[in-house]
Each structure stands twice: as C-alpha cells, then as structure tokens.
Design a protein around this ligand. Structure first.
Ligand code: 26Q
Length: 811
C-alpha cells in the first residue's frame, strides 16, 4: 500500500461512512474511519488463517484466561500489518496527527495486572510466531475501575469502555451456545443400561462470542481472541419478564472482579468462571465435530491452557461433554482430558490459592460438582496403597467442604508450570511439593516474557531509531539480536543517541505529569519508577520509607550531594484492600509535603499518577531511569514490568525475587543494584520463627525516625492511615520484612545515585540493560510453551485467494 493509495482510501472511506471531509470530522470519526479500513484489510487474512488451520487440521491451542489486558490496539495493529509509517505520513499530509486518533481508542482493561497483561502479550506473540493459538475469555461490560484521587484517597469509578463501541470486535451470533446454571441433576439408566444425567430446573444463559483479530507481526497470521457475553436466550424471553431476573443474567458478564474476594458476590465470580469455561469448551467441541475425527484423538488436534486456576473447571466441563454427551467411557475420557489440559500457576502465596465451598458449586453447576467428586474419588483410589495416606489427604481435590482448584488443575492436566525459575523451583520445593512427589514429570518452568514490539519498538520510537541505526532491524523479528548492541558499549554516538532518546521521553512524561497533577518536574532529574498493583508484598512502603529518609537527610543538610530525583508511582489498590489504600493515601500526603517544601530545592519530587493502565505504562516506561522491583524475596512469582523497564534502558534496583534473578544473570552484577534478604533467608526466618521487627526498629535510629513519621505528625493530613502502617510494622511484626530490608535498600539506592552521577558509566549500564532484554521476548516464551507443553507448530501458509503478496495487507 502506498501513501497515496492510503490517502485516497481514507478520504473515500470517511465520505462513505460519515459523508464528511477531513476538515469537518472529529478525532473520533477519523479514528473510526482508520479502524474500519484496517479491519477490512485484515479480514481476509483472518479468514484465511482460520481456513488453513481447519483444512490442514492443525492442532490448535486455546488459552483460557478470565482476564485479558490488551490496552489500545490501533498502533500495534498498524505496526504488525506493516502500515505504521505509511499511515502516519499519509495522515500527516491530510493534516491529521496519528497520536490524536490513538487517544480516541478506549484502553481495553479486562484484567487486573500481570496475569491479564501476560495473556495479551502471549496473544501478540502467538500470532507473531505464526502459532495456531486463540484466546478464550469474558467480554466484561465494565473493565477494571478507573482510579481517581480525592484528597489523596483512591476513589473508584466505573470503566465504561464500550460506550462508543469497539471497532475491533465482531459479534458472532451464529456461534452462540447455551450454558446451564443451577437446578438439580440425578443419574438415570438409559435404554442400554448406561447412566445418564437428568436435569431438573435451573436456568439457561446464552453465551454470545465477540471475536477480535490478533494480527501477527508482518506474517499474514490473524488469530482470534474470543470473549463471551451473557444474554437472555430468545426461547426464554417470557421467563425473564421482570427486571431483577434479567439483571441476574446480564450481570454475569458486567464486571471484572478487581482482585479481591470479599464473601458477598463470590458466587457471581464462580458463575463467571463456569460461564466462560463452558462456552469455550462447547465451542471447541463443536468445531472438533466438523473435523470428523474420533474423540479418542482430540488431544492431537486441541490443547487447552488453564491460565491460573480461574478456568480450572475446564477439566470437569471437558469430561462432562465427553462422558455425558459423547458417551465416552470414563477412563478413555480421562486419559484424553489430561493430555489436552495444561496449567500455569501465577501465585506463591498459599492463602491465595483458589478454593470454593462444595455447596456453591452445587448451586451454580451441580453436574460439575458431581464430576469433580468422581475425579476426586478415583484419584484417592488410584493413589491409595501407592502413597502415604496423609499425602493423599493433602493433595485430593475435595477437602472438608472445600474444592481446591489448583489440585484439580494439576491432577487434571499433563503440565504445571511456574512463571520464573525461582517460582517454579519454589512450587516444587514448597507450595506444590506434595504434587511434585506424585507427578515429578508434570512440573516445568516457563519464564514470562513481554511483547517487545509494543513495549520497545512502539512505545519508544526514539530509542528504536537509535538501535535500528546501530544494529539494523533484525531484532524486530528476532529480539535476541538486540545483543548486537553490546558492541556499542563505548560508541559515543550510540550512547549519546540512547541518552538523548531517554531525555525526549522524559520531557514527554514531564509534560504529562504537569498537565495531570500540576507538579513540575525536571527531565534532568533521575526518574525512579515503581509501577504495579498496590500490594503489601510488593513493598511500595519500602520505597516510600527511603524517600522519607532522603527527605529528613535533606532537611538536616540542604547541601547534601544527591542527584535530583523524581519518584514516580503508578498503582491501583483493590477497592476492599484497606491497607493498600492507606499506603496510597500516605504516599500522596508525603508527596504534598515534599513537593511543596521550598527547602528541598527541587532535589526530591514524588508523583503518584492516577489510573495506572497499559496506555499510561507506555508513557512512563520509556522515560524511566530506575526500575523498582523490591518485593520480598520469594513473593513475586515473576513480575513483568521489570522486563519492560529493562528493555527501555532503566536500571533495576531489586531483590532476588521472581524474574529479577534472571535479569541479574542477563546483565551481570555490575549492571543492576541487588539488595535485601534472599529467598533462603526469608524461609529460614519462617522456619526458625525468629524475626522480631521491633528489634530492628530499636537498633536503627534512622529507621526509627522514618517509622515514627507515620504517627508523630511529621506528615500532614494523615490520620488512621499512618497508625495502620505503623501497626503493620511493629504490632503485627512486619510480615514482609520491610524494616529488615530497609538499610540494605538505602545502600543500594545510594549506589544508584553514585552510578547516575557518572554519566558515562550510567549510559553504558543502560545500554547493557537494553541489549540483554531480548531474551525476555514473549516470542520465545510462547515458542517454549508450543514445543514443550502444547506440541503445536507454526503454520506458514496464509496466502490469500486474491494472491496478496506475503506480508501485504491490501486495501
Ligand atoms: C481472585 C479471586 C477473586 C477475584 C479475583 C482474583 C484474582 C484476580 C487476579 C486473583 C489473582 C489475580 C492476578 C494475579 C496476577 O496478576 N499474578 C501475577 O502474574 C504475573 C504473570 O505471571 C506475574 O508476573 C506476577 O508476579 C504475579 O503476581
């Protein structure tokens, strides 16, 4: 497509769609016009991709995830279609700024954080490596809440992301399926003497899929992310006359749970889980039936991935269909189910492992409970005599009146993986040790990865220009080629080019900060960034305490020689997570105190940006100098912002947790600031139960002063929040060893300051970080899933009937 062709097409499409000329159209109308040209252009490849998979009977994998967090898709799709430069220039010639159209797209946030974003990074990489894989999830009417600060407190507003429609999705009425909820089930002998489930009562909900094309990077592949929406089935219209009953159905897919589970409403969460599991599995089975292959062989054509335990009922639903509907003998069905299923664990904290009361399963999906009971019974039977009784009692699925979803996922699949080396080792050694004894071969590691084209090439086009000029563009397809940058460690032009790109990005972020918060920050300061959900274990509090220390140091000695620093936070707290919200309030009030203190002379600024999401990350990450990865060792399964920041040349200050360890291995000890307790040391404290937070507090006057600041009136406008934090540290013995790691953290921060002041040294460290980030591309991660777990292969054959050239999207 040439620029001229695009301009013609664009003006024509605008006229067809809105009967308008460019000068009269709003940014939204222009965005809709561009989007509709793009979707029309990839539709043919989308269809072709699907036909190829079907005709070649390719094994396909379905990634079941209750969250997807794609953010905006316009630029990423343009890049992947190979259109970005042409469109940007063409629009410019029409007097339109692409960036203005970009802002019209709502940020699609159907996820909470790491897990949902990982699912979307995988969707990009699966398409970009031409792997036959699709997403399956929920089309929430409202995404993750919008965060506002009022008087320093977090306030949540609904995210009405569908208000202006969603141009990427296609409603597939003809692919709708029915889901049965509630009622009674009993087993009855049929004519042949087989037991057959008989259903009484209950409700039928219609699941309607909305498909979104997942466009691969310059490879003609367009896969599908299928999100399900709940509707009242036409046959049942009469039954649902009253508003309350209708609400009950429509509520199923209205809101994303914001990562907290207060008792009320939990049944709705379970219903959401069964809803998208049943819809997805039914749709897979329907498609399989068209292939005319026996169900005994389904594992040769279908893989189902369970992203955390939220879709664990896949195991039972798949069994239900094979056994109840396809009349397969239980043993055969079980054999094939285990081969089809695979599971990823994302959490280390035992208390976070998902469990449901049996009565609730009975209420929501009674047949699924029966099937789980049978799976559990056979598991116990199979293991009895082979393994000790207590081991079986700890690993069985139903314990007391609780159904353990991780146990179901592990027992019902052939693969269980963690998301970073340390995490996978801890699963085997601690959290899931009992299962490791039963099934050692099922356990494996797949270190997370990121969509490097989105987080590098697109978000940081300044940096990309410099890198492309130095080492060429092969890294766009082969991210490991970024390592060639290592040859430029002493090349002044490249070092300065990268530093200059960083500066431009910092100017852009500084403008954003001033526009949104009114705080003026200097791009010459160190931009120190902590962006992630607010959780006690991630220790935003440790960061804050170091800032307070610096503040007190500066008050005492205004001439203190530190390089000016801007501490930037982005974090949402779950609405019912009281403690996390208190931390937000205290950070905001500390920011007010420090930012307004003239004695600080702009050496210190704190900025807490509202409503951290994918789009905001794309502005913050390219501008970061320092990456804060300071979770208590052993608690962060992997982390992925660590990878995104490293790719953008930020230097990591980190504990040896999650993927930080692998980042350290990649860049070497001299190019990262490691501090704090190791995972072994943390576990030793647990074993010996000899951590006494107050001892640490009493023995360090600097630390004491900082902790006291939470309760002695030093920080204006905080009330019970300060006391709550103080108590968490002293009264409740500092669960996450914040006090214990404080001193080591301050020393590491001092090392960062020293390193930054040596500009030449810093530039080199920064380059080394970028150069070694290639290995964290999700392209490699999904390749490993494909080879080791899914057993699927790339498909390179999507040449369209119109004979479009390879990599060409026709108008
Ligand atoms: C649970 C119950 C009720 C409602 C919601 C939830 C819920 C929702 C989201 C539980 C957990 C999550 C999300 C977990 C998550 O994002 N984990 C992160 O996964 C990343 C990708 O693997 C890792 O990098 C992070 O370390 C891990 O914290």
């Amino acid at each position: 497509m040439t620029k001229e062709e695009f301009k013609q097409r664009f003006t024509r499409r605008l006229a067809e769609k809105y009967a308008m000329e460019v000068k009269d159209a709003s940014a939204n109308e222009l965005y809709q016009t561009l989007g509709s040209i793009m979707t029309a252009a990839y539709a043919e490849k989308w269809q072709q991709t699907w036909q190829d998979y079907r005709n070649q009977k390719q094994k396909q994998v379905y990634y079941f995830s209750i969250e997807f967090l794609p953010g905006r898709m316009l630029k990423s799709n343009l890049l992947n279609m190979g259109w970005l430069d042409t469109v940007e220039e063409g629009l410019a010639e029409l007097g339109i700024k692409l960036e203005e159209l970009v802002k019209m797209e709502p940020d699609m946030a159907l996820g909470n954080g790491g897990l949902g974003r990982l699912a979307s990074c995988f969707m990009d990489s699966i398409a970009s490596t031409a792997l036959p894989g699709n997403g399956n999830g929920i089309r929430y009417e409202y995404g993750l809440f919008k965060q506002r600060f009022i008087d320093g407190y977090q306030v949540e507003l609904p995210d009405e992301w569908l208000n202006k429609g969603n141009l990427w999705e296609v409603r597939k009425e003809s692919k709708a399926v029915n889901i049965r909820f509630g009622g009674n089930v009993y087993l009855k002998e049929d004519e042949t003497g087989e037991l057959e489930p008989v259903y009484e009562g209950g409700d039928i909900v219609r699941a309607v899929p909305y498909d979104t094309g997942m466009v691969g990077y310059e490879n003609d592949t367009v896969n599908t992310m299928r999100l399900w929406s709940a509707e009242i089935p036409a046959e049942e219209e009469d039954k649902y006359r009253n508003i309350d009953d209708r609400r009950k159905i429509e509520n199923l897919t209205s809101v994303l749970y914001p990562d907290d589970s207060n008792e009320a409403g939990r049944k709705l969460r379970l219903s959401q889980e069964y809803f998208f599991v049943s819809a997805g599995i039914q749709s897979i089975i329907r498609h399989y039936q068209k292939l005319n292959e026996p169900f005994e062989k389904i594992n040769q054509f279908v893989g189902i991935h369970i992203n955390d335990t939220h879709p664990a009922m896949c195991v039972a639903e798949f069994m239900r269909i094979l056994v109840d509907e396809e009349k397969m003998p239980w043993e055969k069905a079980w054999d094939v189910t285990v081969k089809v299923m695979s599971y990823t664990n994302h959490t280390i904290m035992a208390e976070a492992l998902e469990k449901w009361p049996t009565w609730m399963l009975k209420d929501v999906c009674p047949r699924i409970l029966q099937i789980i009971e049978e799976i559990d019974r056979r598991f116990v039977q199979e293991m009895t005599g082979v393994h000790p009784f207590d081991l079986i009692e700890r690993t069985r699925i139903i314990q007391g009146d609780q159904v353990h979803m991780a146990n179901l996922s592990i027992i019902g699949s052939h693969s269980t993986n963690g998301v970073a080396k340390l995490h996978s080792d801890l699963l085997k050694a601690v959290v899931l040790h009992d299962f490791y004894i039963l099934y050692p071969d099922r356990f494996n590691n797949k270190t997370n990865g990121i969509a490097e084209r989105r987080w590098g090439q697109l978000a940081n086009r300044q940096m990309t220009k410099v890198v492309d000029q130095a080492i060429g563009t092969s890294w766009h397809k082969n991210p490991e080629d970024m390592r060639w940058l290592m040859n430029y460690q002493t090349d002044q032009q490249v070092l300065d080019g990268l530093a200059d790109a960083k500066h431009q990005n910092k100017v852009r972020l500084a403008e954003y900060i001033e526009a949104t918060t009114g705080v003026v920050v200097s791009p010459a300061a160190i931009f120190d960034v902590q962006i992630k959900r607010l959780h006690a274990y991630k220790r935003q509090l440790l960061n804050l305490m170091h800032i307070l220390k610096l503040y007190f140091d500066l008050k005492e000695n205004p001439a203190l020689d530190i390089h000016p620093r801007v501490f930037i936070f982005g974090a949402k707290a779950a609405p019912s997570y009281h403690y996390a919200k208190s931390v937000i309030k205290v950070i905001n009030e500390t920011a007010n105190m420090i930012n307004r203190d003239p004695a600080i002379n702009d050496k210190l600024k704190i900025v807490f940006l509202e409503n951290y999401n994918v789009s905001l990350a794309e502005i913050i990450i390219p501008a970061a100098d320092v990456s804060e990865q300071i979770s208590l060792a052993s608690k962060e399964a992997s982390g992925t912002s660590n990878m995104k920041l490293m790719l953008n040349g930020a230097v990591t200050i980190a504990t040896l947790d999650g993927a930080n360890i692998e980042i350290r291995d990649a860049v070497g000890d001299d190019n990262i600031a490691i501090f704090g307790l190791t995972e072994e040391e943390v576990y030793r404290y647990y074993d010996e139960q000899n951590y006494v937070a107050s001892d640490v507090y009493n023995s360090d006057p600097v630390l004491k002063k900082v902790v006291d600041a939470f309760v002695d009136g030093s920080i204006p406008n905080i009330y019970s929040e300060g006391q709550e934090i103080y108590d968490s540290l002293l009264k409740y013995n500092d669960e996450f060893f914040v006090l214990r790691d404080f001193k080591a953290y301050c020393i590491a921060q001092h090392a960062i300051d020293t390193a930054y002041k040596d500009r030449q040294r810093w530039k080199k460290i920064s380059l080394i970080n970028t150069a070694n980030a290639g290995r964290f591309s999700a392209d490699y991660t999904v390749k490993k899933y494909a080879d080791d777990i899914w057993q699927i292969e790339p498909v390179f054959a999507h040449v369209t009937e119109r004979g479009a050239q390879h990599g060409t999207y026709l108008l």
